[in-house]
Write a protein that binds this ligand. Structure first.
Ligand code: ATR
Length: 290
């Protein structure tokens, strides 16, 4: 814990507005630490709380949010698709990605948004120093996280081709076809030719996540080279096996903290209208997770 970051709001009053996160499980979530630190830092009259919501509870969330006047919610595993049915409208990003990670409540109207794509784009720019993305990109994984990352990467018109690598080829093929805008193809996990040609590789699979810290989604690292940026959205551990392999060949590396912080910062801004104190949120995340 760092002493510099307040992890709880200063006071809860009659006027305090509620924000929160729903998931199943939820106790491990770092979002309350990040958001409460940001709210305390700016002196805003909100509190951010975790809600353990089981899948059977999702269908009744809409009336609950409205009647309790909850101002906004983050949505995490396994509800990102289920909540699409309970909101009144979807942002363009949420619609295209096919998942919601943020609900904004305004006067009874619920909007479902997705800030994960914003989060990876901001991290690539600010943590990876990539104001423009390279023309060839490799994504590892084809699950929910990969959908948001593919959507984000393809917003950059300089990206000519994305190779989606996944253990289960059918999922990679389906993702490339559905969201690829004609600029994505699928291939097997670990294909070295596409890695050799890539200027950017992003791991969106869960390979390397604690406790399986000794494995890498690219096996022994064949194909990694010094002229690429390697991003791992796994943030526990921070220095994954993949990032160690990338460092060993002289590639620039970006860990998963940035995406997590920036997706939270964007949600914070959507709810409060205030610029998020990103560094405070990052410190709170570090203090709560490691
Ligand atoms: P998320 O929503 O976090 O992306 P997910 O939808 O369960 O989670 O996706 C997890 C991703 O990690 C998938 O691409 C999965 O590959 P499959 O589609 O083949 O299941 C990948 N993954 C998980 N464990 C893996 C392993 N041991 N080896 C290779 N890929 C793995």
């Amino acid at each position: 814990m760092t002493g510099a970051v307040a992890l709880a709001p200063a006071a809860i009053r009659g006027s305090t507005q509620i924000l929160g996160v729903i998931g199943d499980p939820i106790a491990h979530s770092a979002s309350p630490a990040m958001h409460n630190a940001a709210l305390a830092h700016l002196g805003l009259d909100y509190v951010y709380v975790p809600y353990h919501v089981k899948p059977a509870g999702v269908s009744s969330l809409g009336p609950a949010i409205r009647s309790l006047g909850i101002r906004g919610l983050n949505v995490t595993v396994p509800h990102k698709i289920g909540v699409m049915a309970i909101v009144d409208d979807l942002s363009e990003a949420a619609r295209q990605i096919g998942a919601v990670n943020t609900i904004i409540h305004q006067d009874g109207h619920l909007t479902g948004d997705n800030t994960d794509a914003y989060g990876i784009a901001a991290s690539l720019r600010e943590d990876g120093g990539l104001s423009h993305l390279p023309s060839h990109v490799v994504l590892l994984g084809a699950g929910g996280a990969a959908r948001a990352v593919l959507h984000a990467v393809l917003q950059d018109e300089g990206v000519e081709h994305v190779t989606v690598q996944n253990r289960t080829m059918d999922r990679a093929t389906a993702l490339a076809q559905e969201l690829g805008q004609g600029r994505a193809t699928a291939c097997a996990l670990g294909d070295t030719t596409s890695i050799e040609q890539a200027g950017l590789l992003i791991n969106c699979s869960s390979v390397g996540l604690a406790p399986e810290v000794d494995v890498s989604p690219v096996g022994d690292g064949a194909g990694l080279h010094q002229d690429m940026v390697v991003v791992d959205i796994v943030y526990k551990p921070l220095r994954t096996r993949l990032l160690q392999q990338a460092e060993a060949v002289g590639a620039r590396t970006v860990d998963g903290l940035g995406m997590l912080v920036h997706q939270a910062a964007r949600a914070f801004e959507l709810w409060t209208g205030q610029r998020a104190p990103v560094d405070i949120m990052r410190q709170a995340l570090l203090a709560s997770v490691y």
